[in-house]
Design a protein around this ligand. Structure first.
Ligand code: GAL
Length: 846
């Protein structure tokens, strides 16, 4: 065992805590509460403005008491509204829809042209209710019973057995309500949750519903507080890492609690299992003994060290886990696990970002939290697949624009080696839409921010806390105190990471706004980097949001203009990757800025994935965005290869665009562009050389502008430092002949959650994707699986995501299949379209 000594330090802070007596002393249980909810879209007959946030705020605010330093509030004694039928135990909800969480009612549609494009043309707003009955046995009497909600969109209010328990308005927050005072021990309990998702509250598709996981947590009266551990590694070398452990323990009982606390550290395996123990406070003299008075909390700090630590890095995301045990009267009354990683991070003024002392250029993307056709309902495999796709083109960082993400995303980033810039808010006091967070900011920003920081500060993947995106305060000096306050809160909760914000106003770099963040982020200002450095010689800098290039997969419009305002036709964007809105830039403008000013730490491209909503420049008519490097389904656009060429310089690759099926362009000039990680390339059309091209300074693509279209074969041979490096071929295809099906995974778990993503290709008789094909495809599934969604990545498509049929878009469609829980077997998916050979694929579910 490579443990060294553990040095217990003891600090006691007295804080108020909940008031509940009890003697049950078994350790915590955390039970998934996702299955079997009843759902109703609409309000209770007694509902209305009397249940709106403004009316019941006093019952909601106390939920956030642990996250405010000066705003502690007590719940009023009476009920906000008596006798709401939907909250009553005897209410008959059998006619309500039965479903499992996570659930997004918005994505179920239908799409409606009358609804705003900015939020995806989907009905995600309005009041909705969820109810669930669950048993709490008599043997739980004396324990604390909590409901942990990872996210509900939005303005949630919770009742248990007809009594208002609390709630939380911000739809991206995770929160806990204490059910204990209202629990019927030894009986059936009914939890009812009312959501009130206001229209005009978002600039993108937010989803609606309880769209993340929900948990029932049972603890002994003496237990680790909510998100009550904090692990830091103040000194790290190859030989030794010091590990500081901070544990908050609550005594929610009427008696003094004499407890001892033990922390053990284990290696954490990639699959989440525990490896060998590396450190522990096992001997009596190292055990921390404390006495906690009734209804108080104690903060315990101790320190240990790990010899030869296995560092967390992008290639080797090694992790450890602290197991905290609390003993009372000779019994273990709580056991709590905190995964963490050992690494150093530093933003420098001259040399960008350093991970473990080595420069790592930030090759990041901004992403919203929807999962395309799944909407905002969280799915772990959906998130994992997103990260796999991002990594495949060399992306190493995600900005969770513009809000806290699901806990699962952060766990995956930790596990898979992905950096995270975690954001809090899209606005402060100055709103961007009528009903957005500015209405909550004054009462909630401290509560939301502390809760976010406390939930997430143990994740090694997180390298930056973002206090906001393009906030309206950037050029309002009388409001600059807000940035100072948010940074101060971040430093209190987590002194180990810098803060930043994403700034769109060029003045924010000079007018004092930016001095309230540790690392400065410019949105879309690559030309400004040199000037910024001159004016701010001591502040690290990065591109917090870049490019915003817009393109539709597989669309090419002629003549090819290099004017960024061009490239529009038929509600689609040409995929030559030259087009961007007024405030944005071509991708290469940012590459140039990064290369001219190498002190800049890197960039976060807007966006990795297309997302629901914000379909600029077709905001009035389309449903999903054009900004993605990959489309809504994760299919690569041409831009995928532009970023891959830059971000994976040692990966031999070349990519030709456009496709080569242009019968109507025979003998017309049809420019050919090539993205390659090589430095030069020769292009051939039907075996004839069209010449060799070499990238000049600040050039990132090769292009042959006068190619005259003839059907046949384009071939590119790329070179690097004079050596043959990579090739790509683009052929004119024959007519569409067949469908082909390919699954990202042909074996999935039969847990009712795991997914197989199946790509449907319209192919010619040689199996080549036929460009521009839009065939209508029907799907049939048999065996223990179900189709959860179908799509094609077309931002203009209003076809239902749930229908077992879909048009192809430029040769591709997608079917997302889920295995039924507890029913192993073979799932069979068939696809057929008029005039094409059909296809079948088998997925094993185990
Ligand atoms: C930025 C904004 C993003 C998104 C993007 C589109 O200004 O921060 O949320 O709207 O523009 O280009």
């Amino acid at each position: 065992m490579n443990a060294t000594k553990l040095f217990p330090l003891l600090l006691l802070f007295l804080l108020p805590a909940g008031i509940i007596a009890g003697a049950a002393d078994s350790p915590r249980e955390r039970i998934a509460l996702d299955a079997g909810w009843r759902f109703f879209k609409g309000d209770a007959p007694e509902g209305g403005t009397n249940l709106n946030y403004a009316a019941i705020r006093d019952w909601i605010l106390p939920t956030a008491n642990p996250f405010t330093t000066n705003g502690w509030v007590t719940r009023p004694e009476d009920e906000p509204v008596a006798g709401i039928s939907f909250t009553r135990r005897d209410f008959d909800d059998s006619s309500w829809r039965l479903l499992n969480l996570p659930h997004d009612f918005g994505v179920e549609g239908p799409f409606d042209q009358a609804l705003p494009g900015a939020t995806g043309k989907l009905p995600w707003f309005g009041v909705a209710w969820y109810r669930k009955a669950f048993d709490i046995p008599e043997s739980d009497r004396g324990r604390k019973i909590y409901l942990d909600v990872d996210g509900a969109m939005s303005y949630a209010t919770v009742w248990l057995n007809g009594k208002c328990v609390g709630g939380w308005p911000y739809g991206y927050a995770s929160w806990r309500v204490d059910l204990t005072p209202y629990v019927d021990f030894g009986g059936d309990n009914i939890v009812s949750i009312r959501l009130d998702n206001p229209p005009e509250s978002s600039r993108w598709y937010p989803g609606g519903g309880i769209y993340r996981n929900v948990w029932l947590v049972k603890t002994a009266p003496v237990h680790v507080a909510h998100w009550g551990t904090y692990v830091t590694t103040p000194e790290v070398s190859a030989q030794l890492a010091t590990v500081k452990l901070h544990v908050d323990v609550n005594n929610d009982s009427y008696a003094d609690a004499a407890v001892s606390v033990k922390n053990e550290i284990f290696e954490l395996k990639a699959d989440g299992g525990k490896g060998q123990r590396v450190s522990s406070s096992t001997t009596d003299d190292l055990k921390i003994n404390i006495n906690i008075t009734p209804h108080q909390s104690a903060s315990i700090q101790s320190q240990t060290a790990i010899t030869n630590p296995k560092l967390w890095s992008l290639d080797k995301p090694n992790r450890y886990v602290v197991v905290t045990s609390i003993f009372q009267n000779g019994k273990t009354v709580d056991s709590y696990e905190t995964p963490f990683g050992i690494r150093t991070i530093e933003f420098t003024v001259t040399n960008g970002f350093l991970l473990n002392g080595q420069r790592v250029p930030i090759q990041g993307v901004c992403d919203h939290s929807d999962l395309g056709a799944l909407g905002s309902a969280i799915n772990e495999r959906g998130l994992e697949r997103q990260i796999e796709i991002l990594k495949s083109f060399g992306c190493n960082a995600i900005r969770t624009s513009h809000n806290p993400p699901s806990p699962e995303l952060l766990d995956l980033c930790d596990r898979m080696g992905m950096l995270v810039m975690e954001e809090s808010f899209d606005c402060w006091e100055h709103g961007k839409t009528k009903n957005d967070y500015h209405l909550l900011f004054d009462a909630w920003h401290e509560r939301d921010w502390r809760a976010e920081l406390r939930r997430d500060r143990n994740h090694p993947s997180i390298i930056l806390w973002s206090i906001g995106n393009e906030v309206g305060e950037q050029n309002r000096p009388t409001n600059f105190w807000i940035g100072a306050e948010l940074t101060a809160i971040a430093h209190q909760e987590d002194p180990t990471r810098p803060t930043t914000s994403a700034n769109s106003d060029v003045k924010s770099g000079y007018n004092g706004f930016g001095t309230n963040e540790d690392v400065f982020g410019y949105n879309y200002k690559p030309w400004e980097y040199g000037k910024f450095r001159g004016a701010n010689p001591d502040q690290p800098l990065f591109g917090s949001e870049t490019a915003s290039c817009i393109s539709s997969r597989g669309e090419y419009f002629f003549p090819v203009t290099t004017n960024k305002a061009g490239g529009m036709a038929d509600h689609q964007m040409s995929s030559y990757d030259l087009y961007a809105p007024r405030w944005a830039t071509q991708p290469e403008a940012e590459f140039t800025g990064q290369d001219k000013y190498p002190f800049v730490a890197g960039e976060f491209v807007w966006t990795g994935f297309d997302y629901l909503g914000e379909p600029t420049p077709y905001d009035r008519t389309s449903r999903s965005s054009y900004f993605g490097i990959v489309d809504l389904d994760g299919f690569p656009k041409d831009r995928y290869y532009l970023y891959q060429a830059r971000w994976r310089p040692n990966f031999p690759m070349a990519h030709i665009l456009p496709h080569w099926n242009w019968p109507e362009r025979t003998n017309q000039v049809t420019p050919v562009h090539v993205y390659t990680s090589g430095d030069s390339a020769e292009l051939f059309l039907n075996g004839k050389s069209l010449g060799m091209k070499t990238k000049g300074p600040f050039e990132y693509r090769l292009h042959w502008d006068d190619v005259v279209y003839q059907p046949g074969t384009l071939k590119v041979v790329a070179y690097k430092s004079g050596k043959r490096w990579a090739t790509d071929v683009m052929k004119t295809t024959g007519p569409a002949n067949e469908l082909t099906l390919k699954a990202d995974r042909t074996q999935i778990a039969d847990d009712g959650q795991d997914l197989s993503y199946i790509t449907v290709t319209v192919a010619d008789k040689n199996g080549l994707l036929v460009p521009r094909s839009k065939n209508h495809i029907k799907f049939e599934i048999s065996g223990p699986g179900e189709i959860v969604a179908t799509d094609n990545g077309d931002p203009t498509s209003f076809e239902s995501f749930q229908a077992p049929e879909h048009n192809a878009y430029n040769g591709l469609a997608q079917v997302i299949v889920r295995a039924k829980a507890g029913e192993p077997g073979t799932i069979k998916l068939e696809a057929e379209a008029d005039g094409l050979k059909s296809a079948t694929i088998k997925i094993k579910s185990k």
